[in-house]
Design a protein around this ligand. Structure first.
Ligand code: ADP
Ligand code: UDP
Length: 238
């Protein structure tokens, strides 16, 4: 399958058409951004790690009953995926307080929740991805009630799987963001990516951050952290 015209260049990936109107090729870049694009940089090798990690995790998720856009890995940085119409919701699941949750509600980073928190943000860069609830999403016509039910159920399944998976790699899953989309027949599937760009991952023993917070907060060792997460994933899968 070959790339045709570039349809979109985002902050972390480029998206290309293919000869099949139902399929796209995503091409992962090393570019990193944070704070709604205000901070920019490069994380050497990130595109390769995020491509391979996301593909492995999506194949695991398919096995536990979460349908995904994944079709086939084409190269280090490129993957063939099913084309979806993205539901403009950033679906965030939190197991431990961190980031915007800690800031918004004045909760110390590290507080463990007894029940995972699912929250939605409106995927709209010019508005700064504002937090919204189900009624807001319905009022804005972003999805139907059935779609929101499906998305929330899948998000919780993704959390259950990832929490256990990362735990057996010695990694604590703090929180993550996923996106869902509609296939041409309306089926909801998991799309976009799952990687250290979109998850908070802490070493279970030391608490060391192994994710994009190293970039956001200028902690150094960003490349090493991404490589360490990938190394543990590969070791787990063998
Ligand atoms: P951003 O748009 O936030 O800068 P990226 O650089 O990751 O993000 O760009 C990838 C874009 O492709 C995102 O807007 C994402 O919603 C979209 N996308 C991800 N998977 C699919 C898919 N299977 N079909 C169509 N669009 C997708
Ligand atoms: N996240 C993401 N993309 C976004 C916003 C958040 O991938 O545009 C991820 C982020 O990496 C973290 C989780 O979603 O794992 C929760 O992020 P939070 O709301 O705390 O926002 P942040 O602190 O990144 O502003």
């Amino acid at each position: 399958m070959e790339k045709k015209e570039m349809l979109y260049e985002g902050k972390a990936k480029k998206v290309y058409a293919t000869e099949d109107p139902q399929l796209l090729i995503v091409d992962y870049k090393d570019d990193a951004t944070a704070f709604n694009g205000l901070k920019k940089g490069t994380i050497e090798g990130k595109g390769i790690i995020n491509n391979q990690m996301s593909n492995r995790l999506m194949q695991h998720l398919e096995k536990v009953g979460v349908p995904t856009h994944f079709v086939r890995e084409l190269s280090d940085r490129e993957t063939l995926v099913k084309k979806v119409s993205i539901v403009p919701l950033e679906v965030i699941v939190r197991n431990i307080a961190a980031g915007s949750f800690s800031k918004r509600y004045g909760v110390e980073e590290g507080k463990v929740f007894t029940h995972p928190v699912v929250e939605f943000s409106y995927k709209n860069d010019s508005l700064g991805d504002p937090l919204l609830n189900t009624d807001h999403a319905l009022a804005l016509g972003l999805a139907t009630p059935e779609e929101i039910g499906t998305i929330e159920a899948y998000a919780r399944m993704v959390d259950d799987f990832l929490r256990n998976f990362w735990s057996s790699c010695g990694i604590t899953l703090v929180d993550f963001k996923v996106e869902f989309g509609r296939l041409s027949d309306g089926t909801i599937v998991l799309a976009d990516e799952i990687s250290p760009d979109t998850c908070r991952l802490w070493d279970s023993k030391t608490g060391e951050k192994l994710d994009k917070d190293r970039f956001r907060r200028d902690l150094g060792g960003v490349e090493d952290a991404y490589a360490e997460v990938m190394r543990r994933l590969v070791a787990h899968d063998q």
